[in-house]
Design a protein around this ligand. Sequence first.
Ligand code: SF4
Ligand code: MG
Length: 319
Amino acid sequence: ATPLLQVNGLKTYYTAKQPNGFRKAVVKAVDDVSFRIYEGETYGLVGESGCGKSTLGKTLLRLTEPTAGEAVYRERDLFRLSRSELRTLRQELQIVFQDPFSSLNPRRTIGKTLEEPLAIHGIGTPKERTERAFGMLRTVGLPAEHYYRLPHELSGGQRQRIGLGRALIVNPKIVICDEPVSALDVIIQSQMINLMRQLQAELKLTYLFIAHDIGVVRHISDRIGVMYLGKIVEEAPVDSLFSTPLHPYTKVLLSAVPNPDPVRKKERIILQGEPPSPLDPPAGCTFHTRCPYATELCRNTPPPKREAAPDHFVACHLT
Ligand code: SF4
Ligand code: MG
């Protein structure tokens, strides 16, 4: 099958002042990332905060401009669209943020908040928009009277349902979910994930699901990409990644996931230190400063990405 979205060699660089304040340095937030997403699936993107996953999501929507690469969506390169073409296509690609209300008017009712994307895209009459807002409240499992409420009257979980509703109300094909459940407690998290899966099936949605917690991503993803310092270091179907992780960094992330099975208890691997600054990434394999298996080769030569098993890609000299 042809992917719905094919990203090739994506780089998003920007300049920032170095901590000493004198010289400017290039931050390679996303550094040569390639992956594809098929229609109806969920691609999970995991990694520590600051690894570039949110920048990647924003770049796909051109909320941040790419430095190089292409993102082919239905035979069009999203990075080569004019502003007006982009506006049309943007309806098909929506994003859900961790806190959808941080950027919204706190005095606007939930109903008007849901209607706003329809108004922006010029969809329907005011009366039709109102009907769709009521319909969307039903879709995301909230009572109709929430239409008249204000954001602060809702719980975190209810607000995230509105964030999802705002994305879905324009009938998108791809939804980029940037840490949509990270601020919620565990029970609300799983309710939200279940709702997202159910709506994915009903509305034939394709998700790019971004999170720092690989345990959360597991329950919704078909394939997972593991990101470290701007690069995808391992990518595999979810079962393959959990049963046979190959990259040392993936093993670290997996060892932090609580394991209910006492027979297969894993030892928790604790990483040394913080991730290096993207202002000054290590040479060779960028993970070598924290990797227990690093060799001379790792310190000097970036590992190439290879297909270790069908559809299972890894960039590590060890494998
Ligand atoms: Fe560790 Fe070397 Fe593999 Fe990098 S290439 S993850 S440093 S073993
Ligand atoms: Mg982020």
